[in-house]
Write a protein of this length. Structure first.
Length: 238
């Protein structure tokens, strides 16, 4: 199976419930990018709805954002979400597994991605990390927010239960009922509790990914937030 435009439409409707501490994640990602006195280029891989894109544009008022996604639906949403800031935004349809988009005349100050890289297998992640290290400007940062593979059955159970609880709390807070949580369960969106997870999801362990980032040449690899099988980690290019 692969991600479809129907999946994009569904996530646009349900993402506000299904992503744990979404606003905090966006705040952390933006805060991990070093300040820049000029006109920095920020690249977002798989921009989705565009909430992070807009936050980047707001956080760096002189910066430019190049937002890539494999879904025309998501790119349209990103442009709409950027609104009046879209004059500093460039969107492009791309294939995350390909390398053609990595060839650039101007090296980015930061590359960020949320909930996308887990669609790559281990070898593809390693190739991506090597390409991003070559692509970034010296002093630049790669920030990844993604699903990770727990290292044990106990860890898997904790991730499943914690993610369920986060969605349940979000549904109550936003709607005052559990309809969104029931949709989350009915669609088996929680891959940690799904007995037959969708093969499109290929999360790797956090430790493996940190090692792969270091092997690609990054330094300062660090973890900044975790909840329900989701993690935010970053790496610097010296």
């Amino acid at each position: 199976m692969s991600w479809s435009e129907a999946d994009s439409e569904y996530f646009l409707d349900e993402g506000k419930y299904f992503v744990p501490e979404r606003e905090l994640q966006i705040e952390i990602i933006c805060g991990l990018i070093p300040p820049h006195d000029g006109r920095p280029l920020l690249v977002e891989l798989c921009c989705g709805e565009g909430l992070l894109t807009r936050a980047l544009l707001e956080h760096f008022p002189t910066g430019r954002v190049h937002a890539f996604d494999g879904s025309p639906t998501m790119l349209e949403s990103t442009r709409k979400t950027a609104g009046e800031l879209a004059d500093r935004l460039e969107t492009r349809l791309f294939d995350l597994k390909a390398a053609d988009w990595q060839a650039r005349a101007d090296a980015p100050h930061a590359v960020v991605s949320s909930l996308a890289v887990h669609h790559l297998d281990g070898g593809e992640k390693q190739a991506l990390f090597r390409g991003l290290h070559a692509m970034l400007a010296p002093g630049g940062v790669f920030v990844l927010a993604d699903l990770i593979a727990p290292a044990s059955a106990r860890g898997q159970d904790i991730a499943a239960r914690t993610w369920d609880r986060a969605v349940e709390e979000r549904a109550r807070a936003l709607d005052g009922n559990l309809a969104a949580f029931r949709r989350f369960q009915e669609t088996q969106w929680n891959l940690y509790s799904d007995p037959d997870p969708d093969p499109v999801d290929k999360p790797s362990s956090l430790l493996d990914q940190m090692k792969w980032l270091e092997a690609a040449g990054f330094t300062g690899v660090d973890v900044h937030w975790m909840k329900g099988g989701h993690a935010i980690f970053s790496a610097l290019k010296a």
